[in-house]
Design a protein. Structure first.
Length: 239
């Protein structure tokens, strides 16, 4: 019996499983669906329909919905780590480790604004990291990058001694909060450039509370060209 009546004109017709690169196709379809309905209303059957494959094909890669969402979160943490570790333009300005630590905050917010679907699954969907080793590794690597920036700034003398994990959690909490509020349009800013400038001010305020007075450094010259360049690419915050 034909099942073609289940698909309205214009819908992708499900094909037998033969896609040689199916996993990234499923991940992209999952992100598009998450953008529309969120992870709670997310189903593997709808992902398959959007990918133009049979509804059983996703199970060749993912045993259930949560495993696919875990793959989305893993991809998100990998991209976040890449964004945090992106090489910076070399210069001779003082306190390079501090500047790298501060710029990582802007990189975090920029990643979140450009990938809100990833961020949603990474932090808002209840996935137990112990059940998904790849996700656990990716999450630890991304956070480890931030901890490494803190340790380098401590070694440089720009941040106070102490547990780098605690300082990293303070910085992470700040920029994550800014990012979530911006994505939800709860901040009085319309463009990415405005949000990034606000994030810089918040990072500076946090740093002023961390560092001895004699070690405080301004953010006036922190990444102005990069922020302007990125803002031209994405002038408005994604909703």
């Amino acid at each position: 019996m034909s099942t073609s009546f289940c698909y309205a004109p214009g819908m992708a017709t499900p094909q037998p499983y033969h896609h040689g690169n199916l996993k990234p196709v499923l991940l992209q379809a999952a992100l598009e669906l998450i953008a529309e309905v969120g992870p709670a209303a997310f189903t593997l059957r709808e992902v398959a329909r959007r990918a133009g494959i049979s509804h059983n094909a996703p199970y060749r890669h993912f045993r259930d919905k949560d495993e696919l969402l875990a793959a989305v979160a893993t991809e998100g943490f990998e991209r976040l780590e890449e964004a945090l570790l992106k090489p910076q333009k070399a210069d001779r300005k003082p306190h390079p480790a501090l500047r790298r630590f501060q710029s990582s905050g802007a990189a975090y917010v920029r990643f979140a604004l450009g990938s809100p679907e990833h961020l949603l699954v990474m932090f808002d969907w209840p996935l137990c990291l112990d059940n998904y080793p790849e996700l656990s590794t990716a999450a630890k690597r991304a956070f480890g990058a931030l901890v490494g920036f803190v340790e380098a700034a401590q070694a440089e003398g720009s941040l106070p001694p102490g547990d780098p994990l605690e300082l990293a959690c303070m910085a992470w909490s700040l920029v994550h909060g800014v990012a979530k509020l911006a994505i939800a349009k709860r901040l009085p800013f319309q463009s990415e450039a405005e949000v990034l400038r606000f994030a810089q001010q918040a990072i500076q305020t946090l740093y002023n509370g961390m560092a001895p007075k004699s070690k405080r450094h301004g953010l006036a010259d922190l990444l102005p060209d990069q922020i302007g360049h990125q803002a031209k690419k994405r002038p408005a915050i994604r909703g």
